[in-house]
Design a protein around this ligand. Structure first.
Ligand code: G3I
Length: 595
């Protein structure tokens, strides 16, 4: 682990958490407040607002979207504080996590008395109305919700803890047994905003243990039964006692990844004993920094850890001193909004953790199929989570070839830098060097140089195949109308169908080696046939004459052009097109519009 420096005032031009996270393709957030309790509106405090917007790319209302604020009476809603935070986030290009729709505490004053005399059916109606009203109100503005919060008891020993008593579960509950009320809450939230990511959020589940097991069992059941859930929030309210270990945290994340679930670190803070001025010792601050560095490092190493959030913008609005007398100093910015050692630790982790490279995420840029690469195949690499914060398009080098270094990004195949089509933190497109032809496999490595030295990924070995053809979809989805020109060079489509006997030019990639060779990254000087034969095609399931199959003149080597003649007898409308190079067929679902 890199040495963590002591907290220092932000150096002029010093990177912010937001900048450091942007090149890691991960949102970094903080719990934030507006005027939810009618007290001081923190968002109107310029220092608070500047720290929040400059250092974070995401915010989560610490209280503004909870029941005690949003439903002050049984028949009224108050979304104004949440709206203020959403407006601030939108004005500052920040994402918003919503928190929370169903919890056992922090009720408005009328709710507990109401629950004491209500029937389960009445409670179900109340919860459904609340979730529907709130999620509908913030629809499209909140990208992820903590739907249900802290529903399990704290473990005693190794026994898997049960569900916490609450007005939603059993006092009197909503008429569901077991985790049924949780499932129902997720279903109501999904119905109100089908595009929002839905999370279950809890503490003390960041490492292996009975409570994590209880949560895992529930979400596994939900996933198996198709309950709309997308992830689990690890609150990460920690001390410096070594929980969770890096290995334990990684293990839990991997178990949830295997279910297809994301993990958000939702409420991180590391509380320290403080003196009467709220100051912690240097030694404790360094120990705390190491905890922050460890958690951020593990998150960056796990593909399904997709958000990192701290619970408070600075010491000043941290919940810790109020709930843990004698403790504080828990966040990356101190009471004067100055970066602490924890800040430096987070930045260090983001600047030094190697980007991940997973062979499963190296796929054909046109058809998104993976598993092997072909000479000259244009591929897209997802998950290499260290790169330019904004998309950088290809550049031609002095010799007119696609450059092999783009905004600090390089992709190597057996150490050979590949021409790059575009680069973005988390998604890069490269062209497999033709030199892999004839090999059984190739070693792929990704590296990014943010300006102070390249940080290289692990090496992923991939099989090499002669051809992996795919046709570009016009909308880049991998399916639907293809990237196809009619003989008059008009784009084929419903408004420009082609008649039987007509010739179309179909564009794709993955055709493999070119007769006579092809120069990596160069624009194809003219027609040159695919070396892998035969090349056949069907349109509408009927054999189509292949007039040409090879490099696409004027496009970069690796792009494939196949000229086909529309066979007779096809019904008008979209007809499926499949091109087979050797024994490899292009993806299903690409169509050509036929008259
Ligand atoms: O200051 C107001 C007061 O003016 C008002 O009259 C009163 C009405 O209840 O509320 C006061 O605000 C307090 C608020 O913190 C601001 O300090 C609330 O009483 C108090 O309940 C609230 O505590 C919140 C706590 O959850 C409640 O359990 C903390 O802010 C909030 O950070 C904390 O957050 C939770 C997450 O939601 C779930 N995970 C654990 C985390 C820490 O407990």
């Amino acid at each position: 682990m890199a040495v963590v420096l002591a907290g220092t005032a932000p150096l002029a031009g010093q990177t912010t958490l937001r900048q450091a996270a942007a090149v890691r393709a991960i949102p970094i957030g903080a719990a934030a407040s507006a005027d939810e309790y009618g007290s001081s509106d923190l968002l109107k405090n310029p220092a608070y607002a500047n720290l929040l917007s400059s250092q974070y790319s995401m915010l989560e209302p610490g209280n503004a979207m909870k029941w005690d604020v949003t439903q002050p009476t049984q028949t009224t809603f108050n979304f104004q504080p949440g709206d203020e935070l959403v407006a601030f986030a939108q004005a500052n290009g920040m994402r918003v996590r919503g928190h929370n729709l169903c919890w056992h505490t922090q009720f408005p004053s009328w709710l507990a008395p109401y629950a004491a005399r209500a029937t389960p059916a009445q409670m179900a109606t109340l919860l459904e109305n609340h979730i529907t009203a709130e999620v509908s109100h913030f629809k499209g503005q909140v990208f992820a919700w903590d739907v249900v919060n802290e529903a399990f008891n704290d473990p005693s020993g190794s026994a898997v803890p049960g569900l916490r008593d609450s007005i939603w579960y059993d006092q009197p509950g909503i008429g569901q047994s077991g985790t049924g009320y949780i499932e129902q809450a997720f279903r109501w939230a999904h119905a109100a905003d089908p595009n929002a990511l839905l999370f279950y959020n809890d503490y003390s589940i960041e490492g292996p243990g009975a409570k994590f097991t209880a949560v895992y069992n529930m979400v596994q059941d939900f996933v198996q039964r198709g309950v709309p859930i997308h992830g689990v929030g690890f609150e990460m309210h920690l001390m410096t006692n070594g929980y969770p270990s890096a290995a334990g945290l990684a293990q839990n994340m991997q178990q949830l990844a295997a279910l297809g679930l994301q993990v958000h670190i939702t409420e991180m803070d590391v509380r320290l004993p403080v003196d009467s001025n709220g100051n912690a010792s240097a030694a404790n601050l360094q120990a705390q920094a190491q905890v922050y560095q460890t958690i951020m490092t593990v998150c960056l190493q796990q593909p399904n850890c997709t958000a990192f959030q701290v619970w408070g913008v600075s010491y000043a609005d941290s919940w810790i001193p109020g709930f843990f007398p004698g403790y504080g100093a828990a966040l990356p910015f101190d009471k004067n909004d100055q970066p602490t050692a924890a800040f430096n630790a987070l930045v260090t982790a983001m600047q030094t953790t190697a980007p991940m490279l997973n062979a499963n995420y190296v796929v054909n840029a046109a058809g998104y199929q993976g598993g092997a690469v072909a000479p000259g195949e244009i591929v897209t690499i997802y998950g290499a989570n260290y790169g330019p914060a904004n998309l950088v398009d290809y550049q031609l080098d002095a010799s007119g070839k696609f450059s092999t270094s783009l905004a600090g990004v390089e992709v190597l195949f057996d150490g050979v830098p590949a021409p790059l089509v575009y680069a973005l933190a988390g998604q890069v497109s490269a062209i497999v060097p033709f030199g892999v032809a004839g090999k059984q496999q190739t070693a792929v490595q990704y590296q990014y140089n943010p300006g102070n030295g390249a940080v290289a990924s692990n090496t992923a070995t991939m099989p090499v195949t002669a051809a992996a053809p795919a046709i570009f979809a016009f909308d880049a989805t991998g399916s639907g109308p293809g990237a196809i020109l009619n003989v008059d060079y008009k784009v084929n489509g419903a408004s420009n169908p082609v008649a039987a006997g007509g010739v179309i030019q179909v564009f794709g990639t993955g055709g493999g080696a070119i007769v006579g060779g092809a120069t990596d990254g160069a624009l194809a000087p003219g027609a040159a046939a695919l070396a892998t034969q035969p090349v056949t095609a069907t349109i509408g399931g009927v054999a189509a004459f292949v007039g040409y199959a090879g490099a696409a003149p004027g496009l970069v080597n690796g792009a494939m052009q196949v000229n086909l003649t529309i066979p007779p007898g096809l019904a008008p409308g979209p007809q499926p097109v499949v091109i087979t190079v050797g024994t490899a067929a292009s993806q299903k679902g690409i169509t050509v519009a036929v008259k």
